[in-house]
Design a protein around this ligand. Structure first.
Ligand SMILES: Cc1ncc(COP(=O)(O)O)c(C=O)c1O
Length: 413
């Protein structure tokens, strides 16, 4: 039997299910021939894809290693123990739970471990980059808990620490959440710990975005400060789509019971094996170099976009994320995203602090995995600005994008 990665999987499917194979190859072609600037995405390795496409996908495994509700778990138990040990070592955590199916289910489990319905929680407001799970009325978080939002400073775009402290003193929350989908600066975990201690709150760090930078030693580690750290494994960390929770040993049992049986059933053992592979990769010096290059690229991209006239939130970045207002180029984020999509540049819109219009959110995780560096970031910024201004005809811009990405195949043959 052979292990698989995307192109070879397609070979198997071509014989058995050509209709689906065509879809898979179409997506591979889309990912390879357009520019992937979505900040939450990356290209995981062929080894990660191999684990995802392995026979571990067949196994039911409710519970935890050594204490399963199904028979035949002796091999997958080894895989889960390996993933747990690698995660603990990578992030310096006493305890790791690697079963959460997604970042959102990791946050749900963190709340379930620490809170009761109706409890007050302080988190970054959605207009400033908070995630749905940080109190959106459309999400379980906003329906089951009483969220109090903090914001960012109108001038600097930086988290308003004075407001965080004042709101914490007024509302005495049971938990404070730090973490964002769009905040491009490092979060001051020591500050949040201090405020949480002052008001007797738990501190939950939702490090879904920067956790890969933390793994590579390129961003501050929330583990020494937060009671619980939630994360995704598929962003800069470059693993399979999924979630993870890190905590101290005193909360280990509560966290494990909050994941299973409270919020989930059977663990997805193929994904857990793929997480183990990704943690192994992230522990290498090569990944450290990658994480630092991701940030170097984002800094150059932010500066080049500012030179082109976009207003970069906070004036720059410490991470893989750049958010910017294209309004000075004559369009809002939504129109800009549409023009860029037509030219093969794939990115997201985002809320802009203290503005009614939408901005653009870009990330450098995927392009850096492809091998792009500072020179390519400057080219991307120039291309982007030309397309957003409507100067570049989209067919010509599309050709330029194709030419650029053609030199950096995500899965070289
Ligand atoms: C801060 C934050 N929390 C939670 C999530 C949710 O992750 P998922 O989409 O895997 O549920 C995300 C995803 O982007 C995120 O950025």
């Amino acid at each position: 039997m052979s292990v698989t990665h995307a192109p070879q999987t397609a070979d198997v499917l071509t014989r058995q299910d050509p209709e689906l194979a065509e879809i898979l190859l179409g997506e591979l072609d889309r990912q390879s021939s357009t520019l992937q600037l979505i900040a939450a995405e990356n290209f995981c390795s062929p080894a990660v894809l191999a684990a995802l496409g392995s026979p571990l996908a067949n196994k039911y495994a409710e519970g935890y290693p050594g204490a399963r509700h199904h028979g035949g778990c002796e091999i997958v138990d080894v895989a889960e123990r390996l993933a747990v040990e690698r995660a603990k070592a990578l992030f310096g955590a006493d305890h790791a739970n690697v079963q959460s199916h997604s970042g959102s289910s990791a946050v749900l489990a963190a709340y379930a471990a620490l809170l009761r319905p109706g409890d007050t929680v302080l988190a970054l407001g959605l207009p400033y980059g908070g995630h749905l799970t940080h109190g959106s009325p459309a999400n379980f978080s906003g329906r089951w808990f009483d969220f109090v939002p903090y914001g960012v400073d109108a001038e600097t775009g930086l988290i308003d620490h004075d407001q965080v402290r004042a709101l914490a003193r007024t509302h005495r929350p049971k938990a404070i959440v730090c973490g964002s989908i769009a905040y491009s600066r490092h979060i001051d975990h020591a500050f949040f710990r201090e405020v949480a201690d002052e008001v007797g709150a738990y501190l939950i760090a939702d490090a879904a975005h920067p956790i890969g930078l933390v793994a590579g030693g390129a961003a501050p580690n929330p583990v020494p400060y937060a009671d619980i750290v939630c994360a995704t494994t598929h962003k800069v960390l470059r693993g399979p789509r999924g979630g993870m929770i890190l905590c101290g040993s005193e909360l280990a049992e509560r966290v494990d019971r909050a994941v299973f049986p409270f919020t989930q059933g059977g663990a997805q053992m193929h994904t857990i094996a793929a997480k183990a592979v990704a943690f192994g990769e992230a522990a290498t010096p090569a990944f450290g170099a990658y994480a630092h290059q991701v940030i170097a690229n984002a800094k150059v991209l932010a500066a080049a976009l500012a030179d082109e006239g976009l207003v970069v939130t906070t004036g720059g970045t410490d991470t893989h994320l750049v958010t910017a207002d294209p309004a000075p180029l004559g369009v809002d984020g939504r129109t800009a995203r549409g023009r860029l999509a037509a030219a093969g540049m794939v990115l997201d819109c985002c809320a802009l602090p203290h503005a009614d219009s939408r901005g653009l959110r870009l990330g450098t995780a995927a392009v850096t995995t492809q091998g792009m560096a500072e020179k390519e970031m400057e080219r991307i910024a120039a291309l982007l600005a030309g397309v957003v201004r409507g100067e570049a005809e989209s067919a010509r811009a599309r050709e330029e994008v194709r030419d650029l990405v053609g030199g950096f195949p995500p899965y070289p043959a």
